[in-house]
Design a protein around this ligand. Structure first.
Ligand code: HEM
Ligand SMILES: *[C@@H]1O[C@H](CO)[C@@H](O)[C@H](O)[C@H]1NC(C)=O
Ligand SMILES: *[C@@H]1O[C@H](CO)[C@@H](O)[C@H](O)[C@H]1NC(C)=O
Length: 328
């Protein structure tokens, strides 16, 4: 009798302790459901399954690292990091792939399929496509020479996608600083997060249609840089729209702080890039990142983690898609 009552009070004490820990771990975090060890028991081979596939895709084409990083951004900004960007059109919805910011632009879907297959081989039905994108973005940055970080995991996949949301939630490259700040603020990201995340434009390329107006009509641009870019981007709309130029011509496949050095020289490729160094409130951040690569790295990492926290599906919401292109 005595022993049963003492074991039940021990049980109660443990229960209280456990709930205290649970409560504490939720304080100060908008998505305490995500954790870096989410799959440590259910899929310990996750990271070793993903990285070699990312590495071999980048070996085949170095730009792919940039394309994969961008996929994560375009996923998170449209109804949260829920893998919706990866869904093909279905009989019940039009997906996000043909939305204005993505059409003829977003790429890397076949590589994501390969990565997901590799993950399914080691842990079938366990890891979401949304989490695959988060890890893939991290590995892409690390492989191209950028910082590495522990990715928070535990997202689940959307069962629908929205072309309308993709059209309206991703800011266009003609955006002003003020509208970029407000778009990022509405996703819980600060102005500093915004500028640091934009440092992702140290890798990858853009199409003429997205920078034409900037190189022909903006005044806040280095004139010899504008001339160079005009040579491969005709002024007439429709002419050479898909011609590519690198954001960071010095090292387009190295994740470094050269993008910010370019902005200080007024060699930003998009109108929106140069907005961060145009006599406004973010000039000091651009200058800091241009001379201090480690402050860029650490702010980029914390902003990536915050971006990855945007409205994840957790618990029993959504599903773990088998094939990232379609609902189970
Ligand atoms: C809201 C602000 C942003 C705007 C307006 C913007 C705009 C663009 C545009 C217009 C392109 C070129 C697309 C094309 O011409 O086909 C591009 C490419 C790219 N963006 Fe952004 N971007 C933004 C934020 C970000 C963020 C936050 C990231 C990642 C953290 C990112 C990563 C990239 C990368 C890596 C590329 C190159 C992709 C490739 O070469 O395939 N961008 N962006
Ligand atoms: C999204 O934008 C594209 C291109 O401008 C347009 O064709 C499409 O109708 C838009 N979709 C929605 C649902 O607003
Ligand atoms: C530059 O601005 C003028 C006047 O607003 C406009 O007619 C022209 O189409 C613009 N050119 C480009 C390449 O955007």
């Amino acid at each position: 009798m005595a022993s049963s009552s003492s074991s039940s009070s021990l049980f109660m004490a443990l229960l209280t302790w456990a709930s205290l820990i649970a409560i504490l771990s939720h304080v100060g975090s908008s998505s305490a459901q995500l954790s870096t060890n989410f799959y440590s028991k259910s899929c310990p081979g996750l990271f070793t399954a993903i990285k070699p596939v990312v590495q071999s895709a980048i070996n085949k084409e170095a730009r792919m690292g940039a394309s994969l990083l961008r996929l994560f951004f375009h996923d998170c900004f449209v109804n949260g990091c829920d893998g919706s960007v990866l869904l093909d059109d279905s009989s019940t919805f039009i997906g996000e792939k043909k939305a204005a910011p993505n059409l003829k632009s977003l790429r890397g879907f076949n590589v994501v399929d390969e990565i997901k297959s590799a993950v399914e081989k080691v842990c079938p039905g366990i890891v979401s496509c949304a989490d695959v994108l988060a890890v893939t973005a991290r590995d892409s940055v690390a492989i191209l020479g950028g910082p590495e970080w522990n990715v928070k995991l535990g997202r689940r996949d959307a069962t629908t996608a929205s072309q309308a949301a993709a059209n309206s939630s991703l800011p266009p490259p003609t955006s002003s600083l003020r509208s970029l700040i407000s778009s990022f603020h509405s996703n819980g990201l600060s102005t500093k997060d915004l500028v640091a995340l934009y440092g992702a434009h140290t890798i990858g390329q853009a199409r003429c249609t997205n920078f034409r107006a900037h190189i022909y009509n903006d005044s806040n641009i280095d004139s010899s840089f504008a001339r160079e870019r005009r040579a491969k981007c005709p002024s007439t709309i429709g002419d050479g729209d898909d011609n590519l130029a690198p954001f960071d011509p010095q090292a387009p496949t190295t994740f470094d702080n050269a993008y910010f050095k370019g902005l200080v020289k007024r060699k930003g490729l998009l109108h929106s890039d140069q907005e961060f160094y145009n006599g406004g409130s973010t000039d000091f951040l651009v200058r800091t990142y241009s001379t201090n690569p480690s402050s860029f790295s650490s702010d980029f990492v914390s902003a990536m983690i915050k971006m990855g926290d945007i409205k994840p599906l957790t618990g029993s919401s959504g599903q773990i898609r088998k094939n990232c292109r379609k609902v189970n």
